[in-house]
Design a binder for this molecule. Structure first.
Ligand SMILES: [Zn+2]
Length: 228
């Protein structure tokens, strides 16, 4: 019979003195984390670059151990803090001086949409999640790709949009689910269709492959203006 030692799982050696010790350790370490984050010069954490996430992970591990493990002392973990902070400062300094180092650490912004169409190299990039990107566009109340002049995926994961003026809005691939109906077979009305893959818009009367990307799924294009 498998014996589960619930006492070991939930309590271990927990007694009053350990409760007090853990409370003091956590209080101190939490203060240090706050002081560290303030002194890193970073204003907020809404969007973290990969480099900053790496720092947070290293920091979290160094801070967590002495919080609840009586065998870990606080000073060695402070040393970890100091080294990480020094590295953060040095690397930030270097990447401000040198663009190559910055690109290496933070990645490069990439063009997702240009002139109402998806940029081809990125449309097929498996690192780039189209669903997520569509959700981001919907959150910006973008109804179809033809409203967007340029979309840039920044290295911190944020997307920057540049919109067409109302008079320049193109016909485009809709991104709200109800309007997004794939019609690969029954194209016969000679209307304008958008390639579901690259956003290329064509007036077509018979099913065909997209001359731009070679795929053959079409969605009825729409040309509505942006509601702001
Ligand atoms: Zn296409």
């Amino acid at each position: 019979m498998l014996e589960i030692d619930w006492n070991n799982i939930f309590l271990k050696d927990l007694d009053l003195s350990l409760v007090v010790e853990i409370s003091i350790r956590t209080f101190i370490m939490f203060l240090f984390v706050l002081i560290f984050l303030r002194s890193s010069g970073k204003k907020g954490v809404r969007q973290l670059s990969i480099f900053e996430v790496a720092i947070i992970i290293a920091l979290g591990s160094a801070a967590g151990d002495p919080m609840l493990n009586s065998e870990s002392a606080i000073l060695p973990s402070l040393l970890v803090f100091v080294v990480i902070l020094a590295m953060y400062r040095i690397i930030t300094y270097l990447s401000a001086k040198n663009e190559n180092i910055e690109t290496l650490l933070e990645g490069e912004p990439m063009y997702i949409i240009e002139d109402g169409k998806f940029v081809l190299e990125e449309a097929g990039d498996s690192n780039f999640a189209k669903d997520e990107f569509f959700a981001e566009m919907r959150a910006q109340s973008i109804e179809h790709v033809g409203q967007v002049k340029t979309a840039l995926l920044e290295s911190n994961g944020q997307v920057s949009f540049l919109f067409f003026d109302d008079k320049d809005v193109l016909m485009g691939l809709p991104i709200f689910p109800k309007a997004y109906q794939k019609k690969s077979r029954n194209i016969n009305d000679g209307g304008e269709y958008a390639c579901a893959f690259c956003g290329n818009v064509l007036r077509i009367a018979v099913p065909q492959t997209c001359p731009r990307c070679g795929k053959d799924e079409w969605v009825g294009a729409i040309g509505s203006l942006r509601i702001v």
